[in-house]
Design a protein around this ligand. Structure first.
Ligand code: ADP
Length: 167
């Protein structure tokens, strides 16, 4: 397995600046990072897999050594198929810890050679999540500084919010 390649998996529904913060940090640690979008329909995503891939490709277009891909099935299998050896996950607050700890230990049990690395975002993103972003967008609130402008556009389209508020 390639110690130089890391996989950053997630729903990215939609990608936020918190995701990008983690991704940037990951690229400082690993020469190659694969952003892997989960095709898990159980999560009932607001955006299709194709839309999430497109948003990620647009938002990371200026970043180097990043590949945007999708996967289904077991994450550790995808990591192995990609010839990677590291899983990147973000930790915002203690509330993330229990779930992430459980997943990391299960993944280790499934494949002992895959290592999970947790990274913390800038403190200004610790409250940021895709679901909060969707909620703000649904009610027409500003997302400036929280998501890439192309993602904000997509959210406005999804919730039929006019780009330029009347009046
Ligand atoms: P998942 O459904 O796999 O949790 P998400 O897209 O919600 O997918 O999150 C993917 C990863 O990015 C997770 O490790 C999550 O903790 C992390 N993450 C999401 N938002 C932020 C943020 N604002 N700051 C740091 N990490 C984040």
């Amino acid at each position: 397995m390639n110690q130089q390649c890391a996989v950053y998996p997630g729903s990215f529904d939609p990608p936020t600046n918190g995701h990008l913060d983690i991704l940037l940090r990951a690229t400082q640690l690993f020469p190659k990072v694969i952003v892997a979008v989960t095709d898990n329909q159980n999560k009932n995503p607001s955006f299709t897999l194709e839309e999430r891939l497109t948003m990620l490709r647009t938002t990371t277009s200026k970043m180097h050594n990043i590949k945007v891909d999708s996967f289904s099935g077991l994450l550790v299998d995808y990591v192995q198929q990609s010839r990677a050896s590291v899983i990147i996950r973000g930790l915002r607050a203690v509330s993330d810890f229990e779930y992430e700890f459980q997943m990391a230990l299960m993944n280790r049990r499934l494949n002992r050679s895959v290592i999970t690395v947790f990274l913390m975002p800038d403190e200004s993103y610790t409250y940021l999540s895709s679901s909060v972003v969707r909620e703000v967008a649904r009610h027409g609130g500003s997302l400036r500084g929280l998501v890439h402008p192309s993602v904000e556009k997509k959210l406005k389209k999804l919730y039929r919010i006019p780009s330029h508020p009347i009046g």
